[in-house]
Design a protein around this ligand. Structure first.
Ligand code: SF4
Length: 370
């Protein structure tokens, strides 16, 4: 899926061949059979989302923003295989009957510009620069930004697939997911599944950080070994800023590709304090919220403050136990849910460090930069 050098159109067609024209039903059937789920973090079944786009004058928005600092897989895909993503946009547009398509990015991308110049697509793709803020790439935030210039989420209902940009049915789909549409439409579900690979960004205590590609089902320990992971590191953060800490020794039963959040791994710096890394991430998540719902305005700063208290040796575990459960499912988007998941997993996995901070004021290790 990810070539070692950038594919221009000729190289892309040599490797992948032309894009077949499938009917809406045939394409959705193959995507369904392939079991594809959104690769942007939500993990929603792609076939269900495609089916939910109301027919008529639809719009496709390709989300290439990739706001999570621990993930660069989408950027790698756009840099090295831009035509696979652009093919996927055309496949999606055909499936939902779209007449317009947008590709949203946080930063300029020369590879995409060059690829667009090489193509004559049925549905033209407009490149859009989205403000580089964490929640600006949430799907309702993208629709809102395109409509009004305000990149803040607008809430769960109505879904963009029913009434999105300009009141028209709108499919917002992550660029890796779209690239997989292009692969499935060429290969069919069975061949796609047989050769399926996963893209994973590996960062933290590794000597070779970056985006790696593995056969689906590869154990996390194999990925970390290939990336030169430190054997002394105790824990790994799966799924980025809104992800879940796992003890390194227990990470292996979770193979890549079985959950939506497994496209990035951050190995705890060694020596490193998991509470300190988590506190830094929580502070950033609190600062990055759109501050328009209670859980973000009040809950995230309070939880970040509770972690700062823990680090300083003051017991805030009681407050955290009360606060974390009420963050989940209360915002207009899933931003607070991710923060709550991250914080709860840190308290579980670093329970011994919590005790060390409370009894001696420190676990006597210093974390690497988050
Ligand atoms: S939950 Fe937070 S980030 Fe999401 S819309 Fe509400 S204030 Fe904004």
């Amino acid at each position: 899926m990810l070539p070692s050098r950038r594919h221009n159109l000729a190289a892309h067609l040599t490797v992948h061949g032309g894009l077949p024209v499938l009917s809406r039903d045939a394409l959705i059937r193959e995507i369904d059979a392939a079991g594809l789920r959104g690769r942007g973090g939500g993990g929603f079944p792609s076939a269900v989302k495609l089916r939910s786009v109301a027919p008529g004058q639809a719009i496709v928005i390709a989300n290439g923003c990739e706001s999570d600092p621990f993930s660069t897989k989408d950027r790698a895909l756009l840099d090295l295989a831009p035509h696979l993503v652009l093919d996927g946009i055309q496949v999606a547009a055909r499936a939902v009957g779209a007449t317009e398509a947008f590709l949203c990015l946080h930063e300029g991308n020369r590879s995409v510009l060059e690829a667009l110049a090489e193509r004559r697509d049925a549905v033209p793709v407009k490149l859009i620069a989205v403000p580089p803020r964490y929640v600006a790439s949430e799907e309702t935030a993208l629709v809102h930004f395109l409509a009004s210039g305000d990149a803040r989420p607008t809430g769960k209902l109505p879904r963009p697939t029913e009434r999105g940009l300009y009141g028209r049915p709108t499919l917002v789909q992550n660029v890796e997911t779209l690239a997989r549409f292009a692969l499935i439409s060429r290969l069919g579900a069975d061949r796609y599944q047989a050769g399926r690979t996963d893209l994973v960004t590996v960062t933290g205590a590794v000597s070779r950080p970056g985006v790696l590609e593995f056969p689906a089902g590869t154990p996390i320990s194999t990925v970390l070994a290939r990336a030169g992971g430190s054997l002394a590191s105790r824990a790994v953060l799966v799924g980025g800023f809104g992800g879940t800490w796992l003890p390194r020794a227990l990470a292996d039963p979770v193979p890549l590709g079985k959950e939506p959040g497994l496209s990035s791994l951050h190995l705890l710096p060694d020596p490193g304090c998991g509470l300190e890394v988590t506190a830094r991430i929580l502070s950033r998540l609190a600062a990055e919220s759109a501050r328009q719902c209670g859980p973000c305005m009040f809950g995230l700063p309070a939880v970040a403050g509770d972690f700062a208290e823990l680090l300083a040796g003051r017991d805030s575990t009681g407050r955290l136990a009360r606060r974390l459960p009420v963050l989940t499912g209360r915002g207009a988007c899933a931003h607070p849910d991710g923060a709550a998941r991250l914080a709860a997993s840190a308290l579980r996995v670093f329970a011994a460090d919590v005790q060390a901070h409370l009894t001696s004021g420190s676990c006597r290790v210093t974390a690497g930069a988050a």
